[in-house]
Design a protein. Structure first.
Length: 278
């Protein structure tokens, strides 16, 4: 099957800039795809918010964004948002919605020790959704989870070009591998899209010969599959260049602009539809 039409447009959504790892994966396999990005920075981090508030906000925000931006496919590049809002989004929106969930099924396919680790936010770690993924797709594996409170912030700093102290990353890895049976872990899934930017540190600081599973490339492949099934799109879909939107102004706009320019975004704009409340 041929590549998606040049006019295809995708909206990638995350609570912060962690979904830029998905953007990079999309750029790698779909270089002609036009990508808009929306970060709900006004409520970052999502892990500190109650589920009912988040679900209502995410649905309202993305309904407004899809109305304004007219994407052909929406990517929820956020594990927290995916685990609580995907069904509601798919019910309310008329376009395909691709989510990003902890790679527990993938881990169950590749682990030989049948002991897998999951690095996630504390909010993702405590949600029943993770237990259900484990029960459905890797019931014969022991799942060891660490809900890391600080890794998302470290990852955003890494994306902006900060040098992250090894001790900060090692502290979180220790919390995973020093749990009971942690020495048997042979596969670690990234349960937060932000962690893509810390993958080099994970691989360097953890013990050798671990399988590290980053779901971003798999999400990009699913987007490609979805776009290949769509009918030919109107030629004006990609008339506007890639756009970056945030729901609150970044703390350090010049550094952000320098970082996102590597992924084709030349500037950022504020997105604050009146119908969306915190």
């Amino acid at each position: 099957m041929g590549s998606p039409a040049l006019s295809s447009r995708c909206l990638v959504f995350d609570s912060g800039i962690g979904g830029m790892g998905v953007v990079q994966a999309l750029r790698d396999i779909l270089p002609a795809l036009t990508i808009d990005y929306l970060a709900d920075t006004a409520l970052f981090p999502y892990g500190e918010q109650p589920d009912d508030l988040l679900t209502g906000r995410i649905v309202s925000l993305l309904e407004a964004a899809c109305h304004d931006f007219r994407p052909d496919v929406l990517v929820i590049a956020c594990n927290t948002a995916s685990t609580i809002a995907l069904p509601a989004l798919r019910e309310r929106l008329s376009i395909p919605v691709v989510g990003c969930v902890p790679p527990i099924r993938w881990a169950g396919r590749v682990s030989t020790t049948r002991t897998v680790g999951l690095l996630s936010t504390s909010a993702t770690a405590r949600r029943p959704y993770v237990l259900e993924l484990h029960r459905q797709f890797a019931p014969d594996c022991r799942l060891i989870t660490h809900g890391a409170r600080g890794l998302a912030d470290l990852a955003e700093r890494a994306f902006l070009g900060d040098d992250i102290p090894d001790t900060d990353v090692e502290r979180e890895l220790t919390c995973l591998f020093e749990q009971p049976y942690g020495e048997a872990i042979d596969t670690v899934g990234l349960g937060c899209t932000h962690y893509t930017f810390l993958m080099p540190a994970f691989q360097r600081l953890a013990r050798a010969h671990l399988n590290w599973l980053d779901p971003a490339p798999a999400v990009a492949r699913q987007v490609r599959t979805v776009l290949e099934t769509l009918a030919t799109l109107a030629p004006d879909k990609a008339a506007a260049p890639p756009r970056l939107f945030m729901t609150s102004a970044p703390f350090n706009a010049p550094r952000l602009e320098a970082a996102v320019s590597r992924l084709g975004f030349s500037e950022w704009s504020l997105f604050s539809p009146l119908a969306v409340t915190a």
